[in-house]
Write a protein that binds this ligand. Structure first.
Ligand code: FE2
Length: 394
């Protein structure tokens, strides 16, 4: 759009209109570059509310190579959808230790993306493809994390320090204003004191420390903060103070330990790999929505109900519709679900995939199981070259 301004120096009758040149729109960023805020490194903190576990996704934007730290088995679909939506090539799924409270998603991610499985070699877990030790570097594109042995919570605990020492992932060795327990899994408070003081608190004061867990909503801390405020080891605390604290905590065992530890000693490979029969190659979006592509829907259209949730005007208008599709507009859907045949899968469509996303959620909430959204809606359907009935060419 041009910008019109009146020259204030001109008298009436001599109004000059300056037509400024059109602003040049910046080229759109690729999703990964945008997700990284325009910078060269993507960093995302992910959370599993059930176990209070943080997972971390790092990616080098130019190469698109990434790492996933401390993934959670039950969050695999979420993590995979984010990795796929951002176009990340996952190099490795790495764990800070063999967790006692949740099972890693490493093996599932290895199956899905071919990513390496990294864990401390001394943990001795099966299915590890990249055994790690102190001083190792895990490269992703032009970046790397450094492995630091930080035993004491378990004897296989490691921390990951970003190459420029701006961030570190401390697992359960150091938590925000706390630290991992030392009373099982080969824990030792003297060892943990040594690990924290020589390998973590020796990092620059401004190095941000990302923990393996938090149960009260604290997401990050820094070296300077923990030196000052960690009640177990900060301030004037000595090793004797720290050990005295840790050896008298009398904590209950984590309630998932019986299943979590054996699961993690298999790197998260299920005891039995159950192949579930799914009705379609449904991809779960990061928004948690089951989605299908136009190509699959076209190939299986005769076995499906294609439900169009646009308005009647749009359905019968020049944009056209999928041949044989059924119209129930979104505002009416909740009251008319019983009209949709229950013996066939349903693929929900609209113009862009937005209204159909809500409709898909409503059908799932109503108990319908074989339901998916048409990813990208009829816009993508047309862009992919598939015809629409009643479409009027522009
Ligand atoms: Fe732990």
């Amino acid at each position: 759009m041009s910008d019109l301004r009146i020259n204030p120096l001109c008298g009436y009758g001599h109004i000059t209109v300056w037509q400024l040149p059109m602003a040049v729109a910046p080229a759109p960023l690729l999703p990964l570059a945008a997700a990284a805020g325009g910078g060269p490194l993507l960093f995302r903190q992910l959370f599993d509310a059930e176990t209070g576990t943080f997972s971390y996704l790092l990616a080098d934007v130019p190469s698109r190579q990434g790492l996933l730290i401390d993934s959670v088995f039950e969050q695999h679909a979420r993590d995979l959808s984010l990795i796929r939506e951002l176009g990340i090539k996952l190099v490795a799924c790495i764990d800070t230790h063999a967790h006692a409270d949740h099972v890693t998603g490493s093996w599932l991610m290895h199956q899905a993306t071919g990513s390496a499985i990294g864990l401390a070699a001394v943990a001795g877990a099966a299915n590890v493809t990249q055994p790690l030790g102190h001083g190792d570097r895990i490269n992703f594109g032009a970046r790397f994390v450094e492995v630091r042995a930080t035993p004491g919570h378990t004897d296989g605990c490691i921390s990951f320090v970003l190459d420029d020492h701006s961030l570190a992932f401390t697992g359960d060795a150091l938590l925000v204003r706390g630290c991992g327990r030392c009373d099982f899994q080969q824990g030792n408070a003297h060892t943990l004191w040594n690990s924290i003081t020589t390998q973590i608190l020796s990092l620059p004061e401004a190095c941000l420390l990302y923990p393996g867990h938090d149960y009260t909503g604290r997401t990050v801390t820094s070296v300077a903060e923990e030196k000052a405020f960690n009640a177990r080891l900060g301030g004037q605390a000595t090793e004797r103070d720290f050990v005295g604290h840790m050896e008298n905590m009398k904590l209950p065992h984590p309630h998932k330990i019986a299943e979590a530890l054996p699961g993690n000693m298999r790197s998260g490979k299920p005891r039995e790999v159950v192949t579930t029969s799914t009705w379609a190659p449904v991809a779960l979006s990061y928004a948690g929505l089951p989605e299908l592509t136009p190509a699959w829907v076209v190939a299986h259209q005769s076995e499906l109900t294609v439900l169009d949730v646009r308005s009647a005007e749009e359905f019968n208008g020049p944009d056209g519709r999928v041949a044989g599709s059924v119209l129930i507009s979104l505002p009416e859907l909740v009251n008319r679900i019983s009209e949709i045949p229950a013996d066939r899968p349903v693929v929900v469509v609209c113009h862009s995939g937005s209204r159909s996303a809500l409709a898909t959620q409503q059908l799932l909430k109503a108990g319908r199981q074989q339901v998916a959204n048409l990813h990208g809606g009829l816009s993508r359907w047309t862009a992919d070259g598939y015809p629409l009935e009643g479409e009027i060419e522009a």
